[in-house]
Write a protein that binds this ligand. Sequence first.
Ligand code: ZN
Length: 295
Amino acid sequence: MALMINDVHCHFFSTRFLELLAADAGGADEIAKRLQWDPPRTAVELGERWLAELERHGVSRAALIASMPGDAASVAEAVAHHPDRFVGFFMHNPMAPGADILLTRALKELHMRGICLFPAMQGYHLDDERVETVFRAAAEHGAAVFAHCGLLSVGVRGKLGLPSRFDLRLGDPLALAKTALAFPNVPVIVPHFGAGFFREALMAAEQCPTIHFDTSSSNSWIRFEPGLTLDAVFKAALGVVGASRLLFGTDSSWFPRGWQAGVYKEQQRIMDTLGVSATDRAAIFGGNFDRLFPL
Ligand SMILES: [Zn+2]
């Protein structure tokens, strides 16, 4: 039987996203041109493009991330057309004015299922009481919390010359564990194995059974630890959290580049090298996603 693939980490770079990202840059089409991206057009059209891309690569379902606060509605539109293929995630800033209203609206009216936190970008600690408010809302609405820890570099910001004065100290997985432990029914996803805070991410996940890792991106953070390989990262993660708490992801984003098949191939190679069982692979590449985000 063919392996079912679900991708927990795809960015939905919509027209509205580009407008919110660079408000003074002359509109979405102009920004797309500068980036040499295809213009995203309407949210529905971008959703169709994603669907065709997933079909082409044999990917069943994907989480689409609204990647600026205020863009959840774009992802909601795409999800509404293909609820069996897309799950909606959205970037949320718990420090913003009116945050609670926006959060409730995204969960209740826009049916988002993953709340994405970027503490290093927006300047708060993961054990702040306003993060507890986020977890409380997630518990109430059956959503997951996706918390970006570790190194944060946003490629598109760099390309557009946007300031990125992020405080990386705020992406500490141990602070996340403290909050997450109080909400045993809220699944938590830490992308890229903690993106440099690998040891802390493992410790946090050991302490807190709701913490999952996503495997997405090229995981180039491994260069911060001399001699570390992605094979060794998978081996350690499997040893500490096991296959049931690893979620495959690519961190795909813009077109025409599209879905990052290279990430998938590399991680399958690692599965082969480590001799990971078919059952565990099925969990990592698809089953865990379906468990967290049932149809
Ligand atoms: Zn990402």
